[in-house]
Write a protein that binds this ligand. Sequence first.
Ligand code: FES
Length: 159
Amino acid sequence: MYSKRTLQHFRSPHNYGEIKNADGVGEAGNIVCGDVMSLYLKMKKIGNKEPIIDQVKFKTYGCAAAIATSSAITDLVKGKTIEEALKISKNDIIEFLEGLPPIKIHCSILAIDALDEAIYQYLTDQKKPILTDLQVKHNRIKKGREQIEERYKKWMTKK
Ligand code: FES
């Protein structure tokens, strides 16, 4: 059973869409179900402070929990620095949504993966150092995405 808050985010997702000229774009897929998500970040620098996430949008092709968790992560990252955004966990998303059915907890990983990928791309473009942990996650997410693409390719060419 979904919480009231999860249903609200599913029915009226926050920050749905795309950002043209985004500073970071992350794409991730859930290897179990094949659902996919894209997340777009626009950064803003004020004075000498660390840049913050000024705008964030997403596009998700997935289940109700995937849409709700995507919407939730956009609310959670807004105004955060990269360092703060990287600390957001699936438990933060679940808490924000006031719970998820146990069978749907894996769906929240899609949102975290897309965020990590958007940050990875942003840091790479900015020629900033990539922490080992983020590099390991990027390699895993990239591999998963390739497996999903391969699966769809086979499905599309099936007669
Ligand atoms: S079933 Fe695919 S992300 Fe939820």
